[in-house]
Design a protein around this ligand. Sequence first.
Ligand code: NDP
Ligand code: OXD
Length: 311
Amino acid sequence: MSARLVLSDIGASFPAWESAFRRAAPDLALIHDQPSRDLPGLRYCMTWKPLPGVYDRMPHLEALFVLGAGVERFLADATIPPRVQIVKMAEPGLTQAMEHYVLWQVLNHHRRFWELDFAQREARWIDQTYPAPWERKVGVMGLGTLGEAVARRLKSFGFDTRGWSRSAKTIDGVTVFSGTDRIDAFLDGLEILVCLLPLTPETRGVLNADVFRHLAPGAGLINVGRGAQLNEADLLTALDSGRLTAASLDVFAAEPLPAAHPFWRHKRIFMTPHLAADVDPQSSALAIKRQIERFEAGQELEHVADRTRGY
Ligand code: NDP
Ligand code: OXD
């Protein structure tokens, strides 16, 4: 393969990516982007974050490979010409990391491990009971690359698993609901709700009091989608009233979350700083190499964001 790929805004991690690409795609010529450098004839670019204006320097750019699965900031960047396809990252390292994170937190809610943590700090020897996983109703909102893998993983660990997506689909052993008119049926009586939706106008604020009302009393929430999908005031009210027992949050409306934010000190909120799942350089390099090969062979790119749908 003799194609050229520009790595934009990679900064200090350029050497790590260079060595990943050298192993996965030795024939792909890598270019370390420099501000103000014109890149005529360049068709492929990989980047972490939107770089408004940078695309003027790449008049022949056709595919923008984003080092992440959520591309809402790219879709909001009006300086990306319509001809450029915005490609979401889909690679086994990212998917497996997300499966691990969600499984960890589902087990945390299922077995209430956080109660044991409190008890240890107070030197209390406590007793606990818990249902079998197949008696635990867990639901995953969003059944894309990540949500589907997570739903399958939860099913394989024995949970009574449901999923919800925009379009209808079939996942072995998972009860799937689709469309806005089926959201109530999906939510009804769920004990653990996982959000793996992309951020779009429809999903902004989707985790709100109306949704919490449909869950089983004392349900747990896990948000690994985007912070703006959560109505923060509704979460605090739901935790205070006992409607929800606990929440695991990896993503926040403001990142980094300001130190004065009430979530930091809430006893029933378990937080991680947006690191549920990150891309793996080696398998990402391989995924991008395969995409470029497809494209050069006249095939469609995969995982292209749809500007109309917003994800
Ligand atoms: P995909 O684009 O592959 O899948 C999105 C899924 O959401 C699809 O199943 C889609 O339905 C569904 N969906 C979108 N809009 C709606 C809606 N209005 N109602 C119901 N379902 C809807 O995304 P990924 O699985 O790759 O990633 C999901 C999100 O996870 C990312 O957008 C990002 O925000 C977040 N993320 C978070 C990370 C973290 O570290 N916390 C890491 C990586 C991603 P359909 O199948 O019908 O199209
Ligand atoms: C992503 C993320 O979208 O890290 O990949 O949140």
